[in-house]
Structure formats: C-alpha cells, structure tokens
Design a protein around this ligand. Structure first.
Ligand SMILES: [Ca+2]
Length: 398
C-alpha cells in the first residue's frame, strides 16, 4: 500500500477510521467500485484497491479450531494476502493442540514458507476455558492428521508480532480469529506498537448476544481483558462478530463440493468439515458448525460480502455474568430519538458507563462526551456469496 494517497487534511488515524473496512481489504475487485461507494470509501482508496497489485501483509493469530483451520486454508489459498506469520494462541483447545494444528494446516497447504509462532498458553488474568464441546477434543472435530514435520520458530508469538509490525510500520494487518491474548501482550510490551499497526480484523464479539453466555462471544469471553486492550488501543478495528457469523452454517452440500475436488487442501478441508458436522450433530446442535473465522478472512478479502456500520465498541470485564460482552455505542444508542436525528449537528449520545457506586471515587458515568467510532462492525452478510468464495478457493475452482 506504499502508493496509497491519503486525503489532505486527515491524519492517518482519521483516514483509516473513515474508510470503512477499506484498509483491511484487498483483491477481488469485481463490482468493488460500486460497493466501495456504498460503503463510503474515499475515491483515493477505491482506485487504490482497484489498481492494487501488491498483496496485503497480514499476521493471522489463531486457535485452531475447526473454523480456524478452514480460515487458514482459505487465507493460504488467497493471492491478495502475504501471510507474514501465523501465531497460535490457547482458546478453542489448549496451545498444545492449537499450535500443532496450525503447523498441520501450513504443511497441508504446502506453505511451509510461512513462519508459525507459539503464543500464550492462558489468558492474561483468567483461567483458560476451552470449547472442545464445539471443536472436539483435538480441535479439528476429531479429524486426525499425521504430526507435522515442521516446527514453530523460536520467537514467542507476541514478540514476533512486535518485530513484524516494527519491520513494516503501518503496513501490517492483524487478522485475529482467536482470543486476543497474543496481540494484547504485544501491545502491552511496546507502547509505540499500536500506532504502527495498520488495522485489526477480528472474528470476535457480538452486538446481538453471545454464544458461550447470553452476553459474550467465545473469543472475547476467554480473554476479555485482552480484548479491551485491543479495542482501546486506537488501532482501527474491523469486527466480524456473531451478528454475521451465525449466518454461516456449513452444510452437507458444501462438504460434498470439497470432497469432489482432488487436491490436498480441499480433501483436508472436507475431512475436517465432515468430522465437524458429525461432531456437531452428536452434541445435539441442529445446524452448523458456523464458519466464524473463515468469514473474517473472507470479509478482509472482499468487504462487499458484508454490510458495515461504525460503532465505538468496548468490552465488559467486571460483570459477574457478562464479562466478555461487547458493547456497541452508536450516535443514538440507548435512546429513543427519531431515526435520522443522529445526522443533525449536536445530537449525539455521550459514551456512558455504569452509574458510580457509593464506594467508588468515580463520580460520572460519562466516559467520552461524544460519539467517536473505533470499529467498523459487520452487520449483515451475503452467505451464499461467502460460501462461493470459501468453497471455491478451498476446492481450487477460483
Ligand atoms: Ca478461532
């Protein structure tokens, strides 16, 4: 993105915040101009995307994970991205499984050029809660693959993230599809780092209820303190949460398409998908599994798959029942003003926290006196087009 021109009179942050998911996107230019205009993408950015040839530098932070595995395979089959590293974190299953699963995917995709780093074994301040109920004990729905021959690099994930971001300042997008422990650890270790990260594209959070508690989406639930550090970092965030990912249920038809394609990636994806569907049924789920993480990657490759809205998102960290809930503040959230009034000058809700308790030194619930977005949140998805992209790439048909 060296050739990118910023509109005059805007700082990089303002520009990034104003350009929807644009900076977190690349490739797939068909109909992009129309979609970009609809998304409010500045003309300079549209032409940049249309004429863009150099792949986007990304680091993928992951806890494979059924949907992680397919997301990794999708990314590794996508020429729009240059994957500088894959960093593993504890989440769906412990690191002892997520790390080898990440290495297996790299080997299956024939992408052993991509360094894989081992990350955090546990969240910042909490005990690890896993999701083996959804991903099977081995994290791949019970699909068994040989042990990989490649090894992780020596640097820990957080340190490697820091090195790469400093090597390519303002050029690296972090695609996070697990708990945010590694990214938060990197940010904590280097106060200057956040300003050098181009953007975070995350599968995480929800503005419409959770999946592990009524409040919290799993990735944010596992490490809410880490998620809060990321949301408050000032890095422009693209949030692909349950609001859209719960509309991406994998079906038998998808698996048959994968099975029909005779290449190692498609065959591995089919095996994981087949096992995951069976595991899902055994666990009593009627549909799914949902392809949460693949949708975050797909939304990065082609933002026109999703509809977007800007919010100020923050994370509940102290709730006894609600820790990990993501709150999306918008200009008229929590109010019953007439639709459209938020566009009028001066009508904007302050960003408000809970009322202060008697024992607290804090006197005001107002955290920000006016609405300033920090996240571009996916609010709807064209599921059919998403699966065309996912299955097409995995099966080698596009
Ligand atoms: Ca994941």
């Amino acid at each position: 993105m060296e050739s990118q021109q910023k509109p005059l009179g805007m700082t990089r942050r303002q520009f990034v915040a104003s350009s929807a998911s644009a900076l977190a996107t690349g490739g797939l230019t068909a109909a992009l101009s129309r979609d970009a205009q609809a998304a409010g993408v500045p003309p300079s950015e549209q032409s940049d995307r249309q004429g863009h040839h150099a792949p986007f530098r990304v680091i993928i932070d992951t806890d494979p994970g059924v949907d992680d595995a397919l997301a990794l395979l999708l990314a590794m089959r996508s020429p729009e991205v240059k994957i500088e590293a894959i960093t593993a974190v504890a989440g769906n299953v412990p690191l002892e499984l997520t790390l080898p699963n990440a290495l297996r995917m790299v080997e299956i995709a024939g992408r052993t050029d991509i360094p894989v780093a081992a990350g955090a074994k546990a969240p910042l301040v909490r005990r690890l809660v896993t999701a083996a109920y959804a991903h099977g004990e081995n994290g791949l729905g019970g699909a068994v693959f040989p042990e990989s021959k490649i090894r992780p690099i020596a640097e820990p994930a957080a340190q490697f993230i820091q090195q790469l971001v400093r090597r390519y300042p303002s050029d690296v997008t972090l695609i996070t599809i697990g708990p945010l422990t590694n990214v938060a650890t990197a940010l904590n270790s280097d106060p200057e780092l956040a300003a050098m990260v181009k953007s975070v594209v995350m599968m995480g959070g929800s503005l419409s209820g959770g999946n592990i508690t009524p409040a919290a989406e799993f990735n944010v639930y596992v490490d809410p303190e880490a998620a809060r550090i990321v949301f408050q970092s000032g890095i422009p965030i693209t949030m692909v949460g349950l609001d859209v990912t719960r509309k991406t249920s994998l079906t038998e038809d998808h698996v048959r398409l994968l099975e029909a394609a005779q290449n190692p990636v498609s065959q591995a994806a089919a095996k994981i998908a087949r096992n995951a569907i069976n595991h899902n049924r055994e666990q009593g789920f009627l549909v799914g599994p949902n392809m949460h993480d693949s949708l975050a990657v797909a939304g990065f490759l082609d933002p026109s798959l999703l509809k977007w809205k800007q919010y100020y998102v923050d994370v509940e960290t102290v709730g006894e029942l609600t820790a990990g809930e993501t709150l999306g503040y918008s200009p008229n959230a929590g109010d019953l003003r007439r639709a459209g009034m938020e566009k009028q000058v001066g009508v904007t809700m302050p960003i408000r926290g809970s009322a202060p308790t008697l024992g607290s030194t804090r006197t005001s619930p107002i955290l920000r006196d006016k609405f300033v977005p920090n996240s571009n949140v996916a609010t709807d998805v064209d599921s059919a087009r998403f699966f065309d992209l996912l299955i097409g790439r995995l099966s080698g048909k596009q």
